[in-house]
Write a protein that binds this ligand. Structure first.
Ligand SMILES: CCCCCCC[C@@H](O)CC(=O)SCCNC(=O)CCNC(=O)[C@H](O)C(C)(C)COP(=O)(O)OP(=O)(O)OC[C@H]1O[C@@H](n2cnc3c(N)ncnc32)[C@H](O)[C@@H]1OP(=O)(O)O
Length: 726
């Protein structure tokens, strides 16, 4: 076979090669061109006695097939002699298979010093001595392959094999370090934990099982790992019965349990579930990664937190984008790019993202809450009842927040218990960024004799409107909406696992309350804020009925100007069954940016803010800025847009038709949507006003730099390149 893995010219030492796995390796290496040192002490399985027969027979078998092999009868404890045999006969050493082993199985207390020492000497010390003796040859040749033979007894432990388990896992440690030290000499070292029929396993496994565990199902892995083209090193494999798999270390994300400078056994006890839960495992492959992880965790903690009631939440642009995606924000609409593209000039985070950092602490907090009336809460029966979110400033696109929870009150609602939990988000300067009030409804935990209301609860609205909603947005969720949304951090199985949703009597997993909430807040921001997240102040909702992934959320909105400012009252319905899923809801805004019906007002705002003195170079940057500010843009950037460019008492109006990709002059009576007072040289203005200026040429000369809103900039660039004239 042309692609056969060959070992021509390579010298391989195999210990314990008189039978079982070692013999199988020896025969296969020889078949594939290697020169083999067949080492076997010829003793008993217990390490007693010695003889030449075992090794000789294998050498004979190899030679009978025209292979090249020499015997060696030394103990692995005399590894130098085995290496010398290889050097004397073949002049080099390339591959070491540490395979020899004996057993002295005893239950722990009956294990004598000799039982212990003998096992360590043969397995661990023997592998050390032999490999050390071969190392200089492999270093010199800049090639080496080493196999250590471990065992499931080492990895998992096995009754009666304390001595053997210790030695076998010791070999893994030896191999791990050799793989690091050998790296620069192209010496690769791997460990296998075989399950195979051998003299050692014959004593502990029944015959029928042993028959499927042929050595021939292990040797291919050993040969592969020893081939010159194999780069694998420092790895551990389990192999047997034809199956091969790689093992690695995994650790729980753990917990920072120290408080300031001290740490007690009680801190460990109180964090035990966090310490031992493998929800978000960490895989470190070097000691450096592992050590740095602890150091970083410690530094982060001491710099930022001293209370066990607090936790940290770090997020970056990817989290913000994932959140937007999980609320159906799509790049199909250009104006959404600012939520989806980190290099967008106006890249920002949806305000409702303020609910996400709180999640990390919620379920953990539940177990440590001291509830009145000895109330216990079943986490599988919690529904999100209500939510209040207030932002004290717009969320930044990345952050390192401290999360502070406080159990505010517990109410008895008969059919359930309400837990009111306030969660503050603080920035690195300890300034309050956001306040969340979670109200959770624990189904079936009511009637415990508690109070029914609390002053600290942010109340839902009782307001009813007899007019039709001022604005309505309908949006279909996808069947995978909850699957995507949970990646933001709320991994509650209620939203994905049918067996969990069944506990609460739901036929299918239901959507996260905060996902519907996110859709609704997005609808408000689109409708009343021109997508400007800075206008959001706060929002309160009650989740009155569940939503199923795939259903259509209809947000009905009523805008009211109240003494405290603009308030959007809203409700959400599921279109498919007309059930009202969010009730009593309202959002407070710092200001509104309306579409058509408020265009006069917003034009005024734009006009006022356009008293900027501009140079001719950035006229189009200003234009694109004005366009971005204008509510027409929120409908899409296909609008025909008019601008007045004024110089002293002269002015010029032009139209930008983004749909037709046209820039044209226009008459004085056009309803101007944005005006710019521009400081412009007389000559430039004359050129612009008279239409002799060629926008394309000006653009090419770098006089017209298009900045600002990225989509508008691209459209304008296209216009200029199309040779449009002013
Ligand atoms: C610490 C861990 C934190 C975990 C955070 C959350 C994790 C998330 O993953 C969980 C979710 O997202 S669950 C999904 C979103 N939520 C829902 O779908 C719940 C929908 N609501 C319902 O089904 C019912 O309102 C229902 C079942 C909640 C109540 O219905 P009923 O039992 O029929 O109650 P009812 O008879 O109408 O009213 C009894 C009293 O309770 C008050 N109330 C009703 N609904 C409430 C609600 N949603 N929130 C708060 N209070 C509520 C009523 O006002 C009434 O009290 P009172 O008589 O004093 O006015």
């Amino acid at each position: 076979m042309s692609d056969q893995l060959r070992f021509d010219g390579k010298v391989v030492i195999i210990t314990g090669a008189g039978g079982g796995l070692g013999k199988c390796y020896a025969l296969t290496f020889a078949e594939r061109g290697a020169k083999v040192v067949v080492n076997d002490l010829g003793g008993e399985m217990t390490g007693d006695g010695k003889g030449t027969k075992a090794a000789d027979k294998v050498v004979e078998e190899i030679r009978a097939k025209n292979g090249i092999a020499v015997p060696n009868y030394d103990s692995v404890e005399n590894g130098e002699k085995i290496v010398q045999t290889a050097v004397d006969n073949f002049g080099r050493v390339d591959i070491i298979i540490n395979n020899a082993g004996i057993l002295r199985d005893r239950s722990f207390l009956k294990t004598s010093d000799l039982d212990w020492d003998l096992i360590q000497r043969v397995h661990l010390r023997g592998s050390f001595i032999l490999t050390r003796a071969a190392w200089p040859y492999m270093q010199k040749n800049k090639f080496g392959r080493v196999i250590m033979t471990s065992s499931g007894a080492g990895i998992y432990g096995n009754f009666g094999q304390a001595n053997y388990s210790a030695a076998k896992l010791g070999l893994l440690g030896l191999s791990n370090t050799l793989s690091i030290e050998g790296q620069k000499y192209n010496i690769k070292c791997n460990t296998i934990a075989p399950v195979a029929k051998s003299r050692l396993t014959e004593t502990v496994m029944p015959e029928d099982i042993l028959n499927v565990l042929k050595p021939e199902f292990v040797s291919p892995l050993v040969l592969y790992l020893c081939h010159e083209n194999t780069e694998e090193t420092g790895s551990l494999f389990e192999v047997g019965g034809g199956w091969v798999g790689k093992l690695r270390w995994q650790k729980s994300s753990g917990a920072m349990v120290k408080k300031g400078d001290s740490m007690s056994p009680e801190d460990i006890r109180d964090n035990w579930s966090k310490i031992t839960t493998f929800d978000s495992p960490i895989y470190h492959s070097t000691i450096g990664e592992s050590t740095n992880f602890c150091i970083n965790a410690s530094e982060t903690d001491s710099a930022e937190s001293s209370s066990p009631d607090q936790t940290k939440f770090k997020y970056d642009f990817k989290d913000a984008i994932l959140y937007a995606l999980s609320l159906g924000v799509s790049s199909a609409d250009d104006k959404n790019l600012k939520f989806l593209y980190e290099n967008h000039e106006e890249f920002c985070v949806l305000p409702s993202y303020g609910v996400i950092p709180a999640f990390g602490i919620l379920f953990n907090a539940l177990s440590s809450l001291k509830l009145p009336h000895n109330l216990t809460i079943d986490p599988a029966k919690i529904l999100h009842g209500e939510h209040y979110l207030e932002l004290f400033r717009p969320l930044s696109t990345s952050g390192n927040l401290t999360i502070k929870p406080r159990l505010v009150d517990v109410l008895d609602k008969g059919s359930g218990a309400l837990l009111i939990i306030n969660i503050e988000l603080l920035d690195e300067k300890n300034d309050l960024v956001a306040l969340n009030q979670f109200v959770t409804f624990s189904v079936g935990s009511g009637n415990f004799g508690g109070k029914r209301d609390s002053n600290e609860l942010v109340k839902v609205s009782a307001k009813k409107f007899d007019r039709k909603a001022d604005k309505t947005i309908e949006e279909k969720t996808t069947v995978d909406q909850a699957v995507l949304y949970r990646l933001n951090g709320d991994l509650n199985p209620l939203h994905i696992d049918p067996s969990f949703s069944a506990i609460l009597g739901f036929n299918k997993p239901i959507l996260h309350g905060l996902c519907s909430f996110g859709f609704a807040v997005k609808h408000i921001i689109q409708t009343y804020c021109g997508n400007d997240v800075k206008l959001f102040k706060s929002v309160k909702v009650r989740f009155s009925k569940p939503v199923l992934p795939g259903q259509t959320i209809q947000t009905n909105m009523w805008l009211e100007k109240e003494t405290s400012g603009y308030r959007v009252y809203f409700e959400c319905r599921v279109l498919e069954n007309q059930s009202v899923v969010i009730t009593g809801a309202y959002a407070d805004l710092h200001d509104v940016k309306l579409g058509e019906q408020k265009s006069a007002e917003s034009k005024q705002q734009v006009d006022q803010s356009s008293e900027v003195q501009l140079s001719s170079e950035n006229i189009f940057a200003e234009i694109s800025k004005k366009m971005a500010q204008n509510p027409d843009i929120s409908k899409g950037i296909n609008a025909v847009y008019s601008f007045r460019v004024t110089k002293g008492n002269k002015s010029k109006i032009f139209l930008v038709d983004l749909k037709k990709n046209k820039l044209s002059n226009h008459s004085e009576n056009e309803n101007v949507k944005a005006e710019c007072n521009i400081t412009i040289s007389d000559d430039d203005f004359v050129s612009l006003a008279s239409g002799t200026a060629n926008a394309q040429q000006m653009f090419m000369k770098g006089k017209l730099k298009v900045k600002g809103n990225i989509m508008l900039a691209q459209k304008l660039e296209k216009l200029f390149k199309n040779n449009a004239k002013l």
